[in-house]
Design a protein around this ligand. Structure first.
Ligand code: 13P
Length: 252
């Protein structure tokens, strides 16, 4: 069956020293615990090589927040999937709405990124989600279905390796969370869309995380929904106690 997962997305926050301190703090907090979910922290590129050896790999997986859509070569400033993997990181967030909106990442670019990530043994955490106007026009299902096109060219075997994250853009960093009912409704739609493409078994095994103003006070209600398999956490991942509070939503 599918895994429950709590993943942090640090975004463009924390100096190297601050990031190391946060990773250590979280590692210590989890040292004597058995979380009922997989825990992942996705950090800026420069943190990866320092943070990966600091955390207990049995408790905390480490990931990047992006990778290049090219294998290697003259792409100044880019970081390849192979480079990410060489730090010991195991995951990579792809298709985050901030990357789509500010860096113009298209369905085609993301398809390349997902394929390269998989080719280098990374697990993509692939994000989809609508903006407010699309939600208000009741177009959210259409939008997420179109965004899934980047991963629907994968074989069933490769698709089975990825994690999906539904992040309504209107809920990201706004303090406005989707209600558990809204999250459940669209997660169920996403799962049925996956089932339509790859079959029910693949869909049932696919972890679909919710992201958008998720915090210790609302995580439990969201994660209680049958098609919400955990969270992708922004702001609340920047404080070990808050992140741990969200992980604990699976414990009681
Ligand atoms: P917030 O939790 O800060 O709303 O961010 C969510 C997010 O974008 C995670 O990728």
């Amino acid at each position: 069956m599918r895994k429950n997962i709590v993943a942090g997305n640090w975004k463009m926050n924390k100096t190297l020293q601050e990031g190391i301190a946060l990773a250590k703090e979280l590692n210590e907090m989890l040292a004597n615990e058995k979380p009922n979910c997989d825990v992942i922290i996705c950090t800026p590129f420069i943190h990866l090589a320092s943070v990966t050896p600091l955390v207990d790999p049995a408790k905390i997986g480490v990931g990047a927040e992006n990778c290049a859509d090219k294998e290697s070569g003259a792409y100044t400033g880019e970081v390849s999937a192979a480079m990410v993997a060489s730090t010991g990181a195991k995951y990579v967030i792809l298709g985050h709405s901030e990357r789509r909106a500010y860096y113009h990442e298209t369905v085609e670019i993301l398809e390349e990124k997902v394929k390269l990530a998989l080719a280098h043994g990374l697990t993509p955490i692939f994000c989809i989600g609508e903006v407010l106007e699309e939600r208000e026009a009741n177009k959210q299902n259409e939008v997420v279905a179109a965004q899934l096109a980047s991963v629907f060219s994968l074989s069933a075997e490769d698709f089975s390796k990825i994690i999906l994250a539904y992040e309504p853009v209107w809920a990201i960093g706004t303090g406005k969370t989707a209600t558990p009912e809204q999250a459940q409704e669209i997660h169920a739609f996403i799962r049925s869309t996956v089932a339509g493409k790859y079959g029910q078994e693949v869909a049932d095994n696919c972890s679909i995380l919710y992201g958008g103003s998720c915090k210790p006070s609302n995580a439990k209600e969201l994660f209680a929904k049958p098609d919400v398999d955990g969270g992708l956490i922004g702001g609340a991942a920047l404080k070990a106690a808050d992140f741990k509070g969200i992980i604990d939503a699976f414990n009681n």
